[in-house]
Design a protein around this ligand. Structure first.
Ligand SMILES: *[C@@H]1O[C@H](CO)[C@@H](O)[C@H](O)[C@H]1NC(C)=O
Ligand SMILES: *[C@@H]1O[C@H](CO)[C@@H](O)[C@H](O)[C@H]1NC(C)=O
Ligand SMILES: *[C@@H]1O[C@H](CO)[C@@H](O)[C@H](O)[C@H]1NC(C)=O
Ligand SMILES: *[C@@H]1O[C@H](CO)[C@@H](O)[C@H](O)[C@H]1NC(C)=O
Ligand SMILES: *[C@@H]1O[C@H](CO)[C@@H](O)[C@H](O)[C@H]1NC(C)=O
Ligand SMILES: *[C@@H]1O[C@H](CO)[C@@H](O)[C@H](O)[C@H]1NC(C)=O
Ligand SMILES: *[C@@H]1O[C@H](CO)[C@@H](O)[C@H](O)[C@H]1NC(C)=O
Ligand SMILES: *[C@@H]1O[C@H](CO)[C@@H](O)[C@H](O)[C@H]1NC(C)=O
Length: 462
């Protein structure tokens, strides 16, 4: 893409900005479709010889999980009769499920952490809740339960009183770190499974994760600001050394989004018997996180505050607003009392995002700084995903579209509570054994493993 020549065409490009009427579903869907088309330009699965379910380098496997979650919502809200789109989503999400039907494909073992598997889990849970057609051999619910079961089995009480490590595999850098987003994904998926299935065991897990985060390691921390105001903080993570005593205090929008909406699901689930102390607890937490979600420039336009102002967001960070947007919309639906606060933030951010989607050769490439006038010359999968999901949020936060289904109300995905616990390829508890039939892949993997063990620094080799 030739940015510089386009910059000189600034005026022409700005004229082509996406039009968006936030009160008109057709207009919203048209804008979303344009952004989604821009997103598919990064899709490997449409390229000759490209891998189904993957996006182009430098985007990793986890980005694909993030992307499919937003595209699935777009399909559900805007184009449920589009068979081409259905096939793209179905094939991509199904293809990457891994040999053990648990979203731990062997050939991602050099990159995949608990948060990566978890972000795929958010997308597959979305398929369950949107009643997306099940594959024949394995259901989306079963796949989500496998993600949940394998993640939960990695709960690690041997250090810091519990929690998930960042990494699944010992050889990956970050195995000695326990981070908020990995634990947030387990918390969030557990909360959604509890509501969807009505099975209280999942809610107990959600409680376990929250309590560990807040009481054991204080990654969730209620601080007092200089003005005396209480503010909920959700920090990035902590190294296991020093009994998780040294905390990395960076705050990311997606972590807030994942925890906030998880709390809203817990609120919704525990309200089923009428209001109670338990549901009140979750509503308070939902509100506290929402109030502390200071990821809006001028309090109106969604901005990744820990990196955007310094202009140093990396490819991961440039995508975080997609999951934050999804979390905001789900929160507004699961805890309707938050709607009046959330709706204006989604509206102003969606409008700002749409007017930033005026760049590139296609004229609908989205920028990073939505507060800037028009396209800011930044581009990437993260920018497209973030814009798509905040525009999705205009629909997802309302009852114009069906709220996420449950097993007794609209959903049809088959349940298998023990999924993921009995596969031949056991990737629970950080053990990886390769099935015989997968010899070629296993050979490569073994070679890489050997390099990792001998060299100790596989990253230099790669
Ligand atoms: C991972 O493995 C699958 C199936 O074994 C293969 O088709 C795919 O190309 C591989 N993906 C990557 C990113 O290497
Ligand atoms: C259906 O989806 C495909 C893939 O996203 C898109 O190219 C096509 O324009 C869509 N069709 C309609 C009628 O919107
Ligand atoms: C609702 O109440 C029943 C009966 O007391 C109890 O078994 C169930 O766990 C409760 N459900 C929730 C979501 O609290
Ligand atoms: C900040 O937001 C207010 C509305 O809340 C708006 O009137 C004002 O123009 C905005 N300022 C900037 C610099 O965007
Ligand atoms: C985005 O653009 C606005 C308007 O030009 C500017 O005030 C702001 O500092 C920029 N924000 C970032 C994060 O670069
Ligand atoms: C729970 O969520 C549903 C949407 O699925 C909503 O209609 C309902 O009002 C929520 N329950 C409570 C107690 O807020
Ligand atoms: C969900 O999908 C099943 C199977 O395709 C279908 O029978 C059911 O009507 C769908 N539910 C809704 C609410 O559309
Ligand atoms: C509830 O979930 C737990 C944990 O996965 C499982 O062991 C149990 O069998 C489930 N109960 C029902 C009734 O499905």
């Amino acid at each position: 893409m030739k940015i510089y020549s386009l910059v000189t065409l600034g005026l022409t490009v700005c004229v082509q900005a996406l039009s968006l009427d936030i009160n008109d579903k057709d207009s919203i869907c048209e804008a979303a479709a344009a952004v989604a088309n821009g997103q598919w330009n990064y899709y490997e699965g449409l390229k000759y010889g490209g891998t189904v379910g993957m996006f182009t380098y430098p985007y990793y496997w986890w980005h694909a999980g993030e992307a499919f979650g937003g595209l699935l919502d777009f399909y559900t809200f805007c184009q449920p009769d589009n068979k081409t789109l259905f096939d793209l989503l179905f094939q991509g999400m199904y293809y990457q499920r891994g040999e053990g039907n648990n979203y731990i494909p062997a050939n991602q073992s050099m990159t995949e952490g608990n948060d990566d598997q978890g972000v795929w889990g958010l997308a597959i849970m979305g398929a369950v809740e949107r009643n997306f057609t099940d594959p024949e051999d394995v259901s989306w619910l079963e796949l989500t339960q496998a993600i949940y079961n394998t993640m939960n089995s990695r709960w690690d009480p041997s250090t810091c009183g519990g929690g998930l490590r960042w990494q699944i595999f010992t050889w990956n850098s970050g195995y000695d770190y326990k981070n908020a987003i990995s634990n947030g994904c387990l918390f969030h998926i557990a909360a959604r499974l509890a509501r969807y299935t009505g099975n209280i065991t999942y809610a107990e897990t959600a409680n376990k994760v929250w309590d560990w985060m807040e009481n054991d390691v204080k990654l969730i921390f209620e601080d007092t600001t200089p003005t005396g105001k209480k503010e909920m903080r959700i920090y990035d993570g902590t190294k296991i050394a020093n009994n998780c005593g040294i905390i990395t205090r960076t705050k990311w929008s997606y972590t807030y989004g994942v925890f906030m909406s998880g709390c809203a699901y817990m609120y919704n689930f525990t309200s089923k018997n009428g209001s109670s102390e338990e549901s009140e607890k979750w509503l308070v937490r939902t509100n506290e996180i929402l109030e502390a979600s200071a990821f809006f420039f001028n309090n109106t336009i969604m901005t990744e505050m820990s990196c955007a102002p310094g202009n140093h967001c990396n490819n991961d960070q440039r995508s975080f607003r997609s999951l934050f947007s999804r979390g905001l919309a789900l929160t507004a639906v699961m805890a309707p009392s938050t709607y009046d606060t959330i709706r204006p933030l989604i509206e102003s951010s969606a409008q700002a995002a749409a007017q930033s989607c005026s760049g590139g050769t296609d004229g609908v490439t989205c920028g990073e700084n939505w507060s800037a006038d028009g396209w800011d010359t930044k581009f990437g999968l993260g920018e497209q995903m973030s814009a798509l999901e905040v525009i999705n949020g205009l629909l997802g936060s309302t009852y114009d579209v069906a709220p996420p289904y449950t097993s007794t109300n609209g959903g049809s995905s088959r349940s298998n509570p023990n999924a993921g616990l009995d596969t031949k390829i056991v990737t629970n508890r950080n053990i990886l054994t390769i099935a015989q039939k997968d010899k070629a892949g296993a050979g490569v993997l073994t070679a890489l493993l050997l390099l990792a063990i001998i060299g100790g620094s596989i990253w230099m080799v790669i």
